[in-house]
Ligand binder design. Structure first.
Ligand code: OOG
Ligand code: MG
Length: 253
């Protein structure tokens, strides 16, 4: 018998112990997949973690093509997932981590429901270059749309650079993802729905739909602008975004 709490526990344990779990046996409905996600986050909150924002997924063609999924998804971010800019992560704490170049928004006001891009921008206090560490809890990093949603959309870590003035034109900023000093992905913020602000517009609608409207202080990750890259112990990861600057972290050996 399918039980939301059982699948939530299985995915939460897989994340906690960095041990892969097989893909789900039964296909979930979209609604049930988000129920599982909420229940697994409930377990994290009970352990003392706090929700600090949300991440959007599959907002660029490059990400959709890499994973074979073409629908936008979202997941919750907690304070425990936050990695300090210039800091490091422990490779052993992840199943098979990857990194992707993103743009992050910091809200200075609540933002709920159907909003225009201009209204979304008016609620933004800062915008930054950001790196997301994704880590599917499923074996071989393989999943269906509902599998990945249940797994909190592969959320596992995020690193945010210094906040810049959101008045900047975000529509076409060059982005270079370097691993150990070598450019591995080169892209543009335009890859994120034509302009990453559209990802924030979608986030406002989806978060409210889930009964957790975006509030002041929330961070929203707009989604990977390029395909993700595998991480290995010892890697130094750096993203440079035109006009926004850099953000970086290390993977401890
Ligand atoms: C799912 C998460 C997608 C993004 O930025 O598109 C995502 C995955 O690729 O594992 O975070
Ligand atoms: Mg991402």
């Amino acid at each position: 018998m399918f039980e939301v709490i059982d699948i939530a526990a299985r995915l939460d344990n897989a994340a906690r112990h960095a041990k892969a779990t097989p893909q789900l046996e039964q296909p979930l409905t979209l609604e049930d997949a988000y129920r599982v996600q909420a229940a697994s986050l409930g377990r994290r909150y009970q352990r003392g973690e706090n929700r600090v924002g949300i991440k959007m997924g599959f907002t660029s063609r490059a990400k959709m093509a890499q994973m074979g999924i073409d629908e936008m998804i979202w997941g919750r971010l907690t304070d425990q997932m936050l990695v300090e800019d210039g800091g490091s992560i422990d490779f052993a704490a992840y199943v098979h981590p990857r990194v992707e170049p993103e743009i992050a928004f910091l809200l200075k006001a609540p933002l709920a429901g159907r909003v225009t891009p201009a209204a979304a921008l008016a609620a933004v206090g800062g915008v930054a270059a950001a790196l997301e560490v994704i880590d599917s809890r499923y074996e071989n990093f393989k999943f269906s749309l509902t599998d990945v949603i249940a797994d909190n959309s592969s959320s596992s870590g995020f690193v945010v650079g210094p906040w810049s003035d959101p008045a900047l034109d975000l529509s076409n900023l060059g982005m270079i993802l370097e691993i150990d000093g070598e450019a591995r992905q080169i892209g543009s913020s335009a890859a994120i729905l034509g302009n990453p602000i559209r990802s924030l517009v979608a986030a406002a609608r989806l978060a409210e739909g889930a009964g957790e409207p975006l509030k002041a202080g929330d961070v929203v990750m707009a989604g990977g602008a390029t395909a993700a890259e595998h991480l290995s112990p010892g890697n130094h990861i750096r993203l440079v975004v035109q006009a926004l600057g850099r953000v970086e972290f290390r993977v401890r050996p």
